[in-house]
Design a protein around this ligand. Structure first.
Ligand code: XMP
Ligand code: MG
Length: 183
């Protein structure tokens, strides 16, 4: 797709690639302190968290391992259904692990709320969340998220792993999707 085609679909850039990198460095420094000497497992939620996981894991100056979970609660639309389906389960056993869930975005919070209770029954030492973005105005359940990158307005955003109907994940910045694309 040509750059001009993509730009017509976006209202404006919300967070740039540089701002994301700086924020990841800041959070990685904090996580390194909090998890020093612990067996840290990063669990990425596919597919949205692919970019944040790739950059965050490399920014992290301590040992960690990585696993992935794929769930779906959205279909091709822009609103969470609250019905979560496991598309791909974890490969590793959580016993004795300090789990840090790496998420692209918390919208209603329904997906993470479901994931947290699912993980709670698997014997992890601890479970915390790192979400790069959060929409406080969209919250339908309260999620105790230890590390948050950016609180953003209640708009549908794409880029840096975030998609609309599987498109725009490859954009470097995070931008607001123009309503004419989905309405
Ligand atoms: P909930 O509502 O369960 O949603 O917190 C979490 C998941 O929904 C996706 N999501 C978005 N994807 N732009 C996107 O590209 C958005 O603005 C957006 N809001 C929610 C995302 O996969 C997230 O993990
Ligand atoms: Mg996601």
């Amino acid at each position: 797709m040509r750059a001009a085609d993509v730009e017509a679909d976006l209202t404006r850039v919300l967070v740039t690639e540089e701002e994301i990198r700086a924020k990841l460095d800041e959070i990685a420094t904090q996580v390194a302190v909090d998890y020093a000497g612990k067996d840290l497992l990063l669990v990425g939620v596919l597919k949205g968290a692919v970019m944040v996981m790739a950059d965050f894991a490399r920014a992290l100056p301590i040992h960690s391992t990585m696993d992935w979970m794929a769930v779906s609660s959205y279909g091709a639309g822009t609103k969470s259904s609250g019905v979560v389906q496991i598309r791909k389960d974890l490969d590793v056993d959580l016993h004795g692990k300090h789990v840090l869930i790496v998420e692209d975005i918390i919208d209603s919070g329904l997906t993470l709320s479901w994931l947290l209770s699912n993980f709670a029954s698997r014997g992890a030492e601890s479970i915390e969340i790192f979400a790069l973005f959060r929409k406080p105005e969209a919250a339908r359940v309260v999620i105790d998220c230890k590390y948050v990158g950016f609180d953003i307005p209640n708009e549908f955003v794409v880029g840096y792993g975030l998609d609309y109907a599987e498109k725009y994940r490859n954009l470097r910045d995070v931008a607001i999707l123009a309503p004419h694309v989905y309405s």
